[in-house]
Design a protein around this ligand. Structure first.
Ligand code: BES
Ligand code: ZN
Length: 608
């Protein structure tokens, strides 16, 4: 049995949670949700039910329909306020606990947007983001990924509602959903606003505000069903029914969030060349890793994200193989491997940067995180579980004898733990059992370094074919020595968007003087206005890091148009290094447009 989850104050271990039912009444005027939640529990020896809450007002609690006594404990950072419900007597068999409550303005899981800050400006908007420990601010619950149950979900709103389940029906302004697959609390979702949908595959619809929906459809329709079919071949059949995606307003703080049946996506993926679809492959892969099979606590977060990055890159590889076959290229498998490596190199480079930034002795650079009740998982969040985690799986794949040997383990692992939550030890046990005949190989893996040591893991071997051209162009700039006439826009014309990203990432590892930065700007005048945020962000960063005032100003303005933390946080950091006053001034200007999670992390980053 996994150790107790340090980031919940609930007594989840005393119960079996059979079912959850949540109704939300969305109040756009008061910017709160009036909620009602019922959990069907079983636990004969319990004398009380303790749930997580955060910034929630409780109105009434009942047990099997009869009013019950409760105490809402004082707040304990970062975990919130424990709701302690007294059970009238020991409860034999199943029983229901119902809570009626309101969220408050401080609720961290919800963002209400005035219609003026939406794209269409016709209706206000609401969306939730519960991972990691924000669900407790939207609904009192056992807020731990160790607890999973099926849900009945519904919400009343003057505008269309989407939730993390299968749509059932609409009666007046009330929308009903069913989530028959057991899910953890962090996957409960709601969104409401002027939302419409278009098909992007036989089992997939993309939703967004009407002004964006056509662009969103074009961006994702070519890949969606292919991704699903490839993932199904790698693991096993997709069992959630439909797979839809919602493209959110700009303030959505992540690239994507794997809410079941309804992945949430940042609008920054709509880059008009389909080069950001890797994020969709990633969120889709979570349908197995994370959503069906869940890490037992945030200390084992790598089991969610490391596995997902591993699957994401296998999907990218398979797509490339299929493309190469279609084009009649001589060696499709090799091209696939190159594309997989290409994505892994981007990830590895970001891991190097992140670990250098956090400090190689930072305890959050361990794969197993060993969180305590004082740790906020949002503070521990980094690329480490993603890249160290996926590197470990690639390392296992290679050590054990390659894909042909490793692949049968994938469905085995996901079947073994489906509908459950597991920790790192259980993963290892499953691995050792499955590869019992390869115990020597497994024993030769330096588990202590991989799992419990800070800093970079051993560097994997990559196929560098697709990055070499990018590195060569960096080299050329390094050796330019004032001769800038040799550079023209043609340098980048044969590059894919992601190759431009790699070129910029590598440029960012060097220091450039102002003359060179001006020459770069002259040679490649369209980089700063690319429709690809990954490119614009890195290009601004390059110029700002070199202290170019014009670009400090541009970046500061740009920060009013994007809310994705991957861009927002490092941008303020680099700005602050060069011109702290400007960074602080613009953060104060834009902060109200950011999601509460993003806002509070930038406050910490800037030391405000
Ligand atoms: N589950 C994560 C997002 C997340 C993690 C939200 C932790 C809150 C806490 C999601 O699947 C994710 O990893 N998104 C990435 C994109 C991905 C391609 C690496 C992101 O947001 O950048
Ligand atoms: Zn993820």
């Amino acid at each position: 049995m996994p150790a107790i989850d340090p980031t919940t104050q609930s007594n989840y271990r005393e119960f079996t949670v059979h079912q959850g039912a949540i109704h939300m009444d969305v109040d756009f005027d008061a910017r709160v949700v009036h909620g009602k939640v019922t959990f069907t529990l079983e636990g004969a020896s319990a004398t009380k039910v303790e749930l997580d809450t955060s910034y929630i007002t409780i109105h009434e609690v009942s047990v099997n329909g009869t009013k019950a006594e409760y105490t809402l404990h004082s707040r304990k950072e970062p975990l919130g306020s424990k709701l302690e419900i007294t059970l009238p007597q020991p409860m034999e068999g199943k029983f229901d606990v119902t809570i009626t409550y309101d969220t408050t303005e401080q609720t961290t899981a919800l963002q209400f947007l005035d219609k003026e800050v939406t794209d269409g400006k016709v209706a206000p908007y609401l969306f939730s983001q519960c991972e990691a420990i924000h669900a407790r601010s939207m609904v009192p619950c056992f807020d731990t990924p160790s607890v999973k149950c099926p849900y009945k979900l519904s919400a009343t709103s003057p505008y269309k509602v989407l939730m993390s389940g299968r749509p059932l029906s609409q009666e007046g302004n009330t929308y009903y959903f069913d989530q028959p697959v057991p899910i953890p609390s962090y996957l409960i979702t709601v969104a409401s606003g002027d939302i419409t949908g278009l098909p992007i595959g036989p089992r997939s619809t993309v939703y967004s505000e009407p002004v964006k929906v056509k662009d969103a459809q074009w961006e994702f329709e070519a890949d969606m069903e292919n991704f699903l079919q490839i993932a199904e071949k790698l693991v096993f059949a997709y069992e959630w029914g439909t797979y839809d995606a919602l493209v959110l307003p700009a303030s959505f703080p992540y690239g994507g969030m794997e809410n079941p049946n309804m992945t949430f996506l940042t609008p920054t993926l709509i880059c008009k060349d389909r080069s950001c679809v890797g994020v969709v492959a990633h969120e889709l892969a979570h349908s197995w890793s994370g959503n069906l099979v869940t890490s037992a606590s945030w200390s084992h977060f790598w089991l969610n994200e490391g596995w997902t990055v591993y699957l994401e890159r296998r999907i990218i590889e398979a797509i490339a193989v299929a493309e190469a076959k279609q084009k009649g290229l001589p060696n499709p498998e090799e091209y696939g491997a190159q594309m997989r490596s290409f994505s892994a190199i981007i990830g590895w480079t970001s891991l190097e940067g992140v670990i250098a930034n956090m400090g190689a002795d930072n305890r959050y650079t361990k794969l197993y995180l060993d969180l305590t009740p004082d740790d906020d998982p949002d503070d521990a969040f980094s690329q480490v579980p993603y890249e160290k985690g996926s590197s470990l799986l690639v390392h296992l794949e290679q050590k054990l004898g390659g894909k042909a040997v490793f692949d049968p383990f994938i469905p085995h692992y996901f079947k073994t733990f489906r509908y459950k939550s597991l920790d790192t030890d259980e993963f290892l046990e499953c691995l050792y059992k499955f590869f019992a005949d390869k115990k020597d190989i497994l024993d030769s893996i330096d588990w202590k370094t991989w799992l419990h040591t800070t800093g970079l893991p051993p560097k994997p071997a990559f196929d560098t074919t697709l990055v070499d051209q990018c590195y060569q162009l960096v080299d050329k700039w390094s050796k330019a020595n004032g001769d800038y006439t040799q550079f023209t826009e043609d340098d980048l014309s044969s590059f894919s968007s992601n190759q431009v990203v790699v070129w910029l990432d590598t440029m960012l590892q060097h220091k450039w003087d102002q003359a060179t930065l001006a020459a770069i700007d002259k040679a490649y005048p369209t980089l700063g206005s690319s429709s690809n945020y990954e490119i614009v962000f890195r290009y601004y960063k390059l110029q700002v890091a070199g202290g170019v005032p014009e670009y400090c100003q541009k970046m500061a303005e740009w920060l009013g148009t994007v809310g994705r933390m991957k861009f927002v946080r490092p941008s303020y950091q680099v700005l602050a290094k060069v011109d702290r006053d400007l960074a602080v001034k613009y953060f104060k200007k834009w902060q109200d447009s950011y999601h509460p999670i993003c806002r509070s992390l930038v406050v910490k980053d800037l030391g405000l």
